[in-house]
Design a protein around this ligand. Structure first.
Ligand SMILES: NC(=O)c1ccc[n+]([C@@H]2O[C@H](COP(=O)([O-])OP(=O)(O)OC[C@H]3O[C@@H](n4cnc5c(N)ncnc54)[C@H](OP(=O)(O)O)[C@@H]3O)[C@@H](O)[C@H]2O)c1
Length: 234
């Protein structure tokens, strides 16, 4: 009897150690390339994913939920964010600010913004003039009580899932005004086998959005690269 009890507590302890420090509920808004890459990755780290989608009953969403596992579900975007502490805004960049505004009360929540503003023709608009704004800053201005972190916008969704295919480490630069929120996102990044680098406040998010311009330009010219920012030794 006593041995059975020890076995039981041993199993509970082993399960607790296998889980991340805090398992969160993460709402992934948008079920396209990026949502479909990040959702399963975060679920594999022990988090519970709730996809926020315009059509929760669509066949590809049902397949994505099944592929994600770990108790994943799908709901309309507002219901998804209401249940979550962390929100990933994996939606078209041109619609991101309006979609964020329509999500309801996000006070205190962390919002991860991977968006880039790409026009239908594939050129980058960057709100008119480079250096004069970012989607992330516009989202933060629209949702002042939300902890916005710019992340995951400077690499392809395929390398988010399989960073080893890049031939070396990849940096995920983070920008945001809330240090604790950036630390939470850094943990998610590192859990994917990518390297997180805090580049500073959200005011610099426009730099990250512009990094995508040169990334895409080089890729189009046959010089594809990924960002790897090597830390200077202490
Ligand atoms: N593709 C990449 O490799 C990559 C890498 C880094 C960053 N990004 C950025 O991340 C964001 C998402 O990219 P993605 O490639 O995942 O885009 P995507 O494949 O087009 O998916 C976007 C998703 O957003 C949802 N959505 C909500 N409102 C929408 C609307 N009005 N029109 C269209 N879709 C809407 C849709 O999900 P539901 O149908 O389920 O609602 C859709 O599947 C973009 O801002 C992109 O610039 C992309």
């Amino acid at each position: 009897m006593r041995i059975e009890k020890f076995k039981f507590f041993g199993l509970v302890l082993a399960l607790a150690l296998a889980l991340p420090v805090s398992a969160e509920t993460i709402a992934v808004i948008g079920t396209g390339n990026v949502g479909g890459a990040l959702g399963p990755e975060f679920a594999a780290q022990g988090h519970t994913i709730i996809y926020g989608t315009r059509e929760p009953r669509r066949a590809d969403i049902i397949e994505l939920v099944a592929r994600t596992g770990n108790g994943a579900t799908a709901a309309l975007p507002n219901a998804a964010v209401a249940a979550a502490d962390i929100v990933v805004l994996a939606v078209p960049g041109t619609a991101a600010v309006d979609i964020a505004r329509g999500l309801g009360d996000l006070s205190g929540k962390i919002l991860i913004d991977p968006t880039n503003v790409v026009s239908r023709e594939g050129s980058y608009m960057m709100h008119g003039v480079p250096g004069k704004g970012s989607n992330a800053a516009m989202i933060q201005a629209a949702l002042p009580n939300t902890r916005v972190v710019k992340a995951f916008n400077t690499l392809n969704y395929q390398q988010m899932v399989n960073p080893e295919t890049a031939g070396g480490p990849i940096t995920i630069p983070l920008a945001g005004d809330d240090a604790e929120a950036k630390a939470v996102v850094a943990e998610l990044v590192e859990g994917m086998g990518l390297e997180a680098l805090d580049i500073g406040p959200l005011a610099y998010a426009h730099v990250l959005e512009e990094m995508l311009i040169v990334w895409a330009q080089a890729r189009g010219a046959g010089n594809a690269f990924n960002y790897y920012l090597r830390r200077t030794p202490e």
